[in-house]
Design a protein around this ligand. Structure first.
Ligand SMILES: CC(C)(COP(=O)(O)OP(=O)(O)OC[C@H]1O[C@@H](n2cnc3c(N)ncnc32)[C@H](O)[C@@H]1OP(=O)(O)O)[C@@H](O)C(=O)NCCC(=O)NCCSC(=O)CC(=O)O
Length: 259
């Protein structure tokens, strides 16, 4: 059995959900009524929306200064060597490190999404995709990047993911406030997420095959693995929510017309 299969089996095991407390929380809520978290959700989504917007602007600003885009002989978009931890930072390099650290911490704060789902008893949303995402992004992924390969290209992942999160938390903010967002908008956000994982895959592949010197190999392998897993999970989400559902609606309409 390959290591990938073993890891997959472990992560899909219901015991894994026990370890991180999701099953226990769901069980606890089963005996209770859904909690009204409307104001709390609005506040949480607004915080994440503005924090994500800040991270997009700040990574672009500091990366432009730090990497030297626009300057003659300035750095490339990809393949900037990750600084060794402990090395003195330039002014903009230190500011970039601060944004990345905020991004890393935001991954822990994103567990609030799970709390909202549990309290609302929206079990449909507490999917394997959701649990896997929240259980692996803060640790080991961002933890490993911040400890072993900060700086360099890390701004790219932070910037792309924060851009997607501006759209995602904007959507959740409107939904939490009771606004009926058109399905086409939801589909566009899932498409953005798929493009994001495609970009992350290309970026990791570039590190694996071309710029082999710029990041520790284990980090590159971790990024490749995550890009493939997330692309598969979000592809499945897309298929179930937009393709199968619209096929179901179309056949229901056909049956209603025939009746
Ligand atoms: C369109 C998506 C962004 C979201 O899909 P959903 O199926 O969750 O969308 P939905 O239509 O059910 O969302 C509306 C419901 O969410 C509630 N809601 C509001 N704020 C929320 C919050 N912060 N977290 C969780 N739920 C929230 C609303 O009140 C509403 O509840 P009600 O229905 O009761 O009115 C999708 O592409 C997606 O990401 N799906 C995966 C789900 C997931 O776990 N995503 C977040 C982590 S992944 C991630 O973050 C990837 C990345 O980095 O890009």
């Amino acid at each position: 059995m390959s290591l990938a299969t073993t890891a997959w089996d472990f992560l899909t095991e219901p015991h894994y959900h026990d370890i991180i407390g999701v099953n226990a929380s769901k069980q606890w809520m089963r005996r209770r009524k859904p909690v009204n978290v409307k104001s709390f959700s609005i506040l949480h989504n607004a915080v994440m929306f503005f924090a994500s917007l800040y991270m997009v602007i700040e990574t672009l600003r500091q990366a432009a200064e730090n990497i030297g885009w626009g300057r003659a002989g300035g750095g490339a978009m990809w393949g900037n060597v990750a600084e060794a931890p402990g090395k003195p930072f330039s002014k903009s390099g230190a500011r970039l490190a601060n944004v990345l650290y905020i991004h890393y911490l935001s991954k822990a704060y994103e567990f609030t999404d799970t709390l909202i789902m549990v309290l609302k008893k929206n079990e449909r949303q507490i999917s394997f995709l959701h649990i896997y995402h929240h259980a692996t992004t803060f640790f080991p992924c961002w933890w490993a990047v911040m400890n072993y390969a900060p700086g360099g290209d890390t701004y790219f992942t932070c910037c792309v993911n924060s851009s997607v999160h501006v759209a995602m938390y904007g959507y959740y903010l409107l939904s939490a406030a009771g606004v009926k967002v058109p399905k086409a908008v939801k589909k566009a956000i899932t498409s953005m997420q798929l493009v994001q994982f495609g970009l992350f895959f290309c970026h990791a592949l570039y590190g694996a095959l071309i710029a082999t010197h710029y990041r520790p190999r284990i980090i590159v392998a971790l990024c490749l693995w995550q890009a493939v897993v997330f692309a598969s999970l979000f592809g499945q989400f897309f298929w179930q929510n937009y393709v199968m559902q619209s096929k179901g609606i179309a056949s229901e309409n056909k049956a209603a017309k025939a009746a």
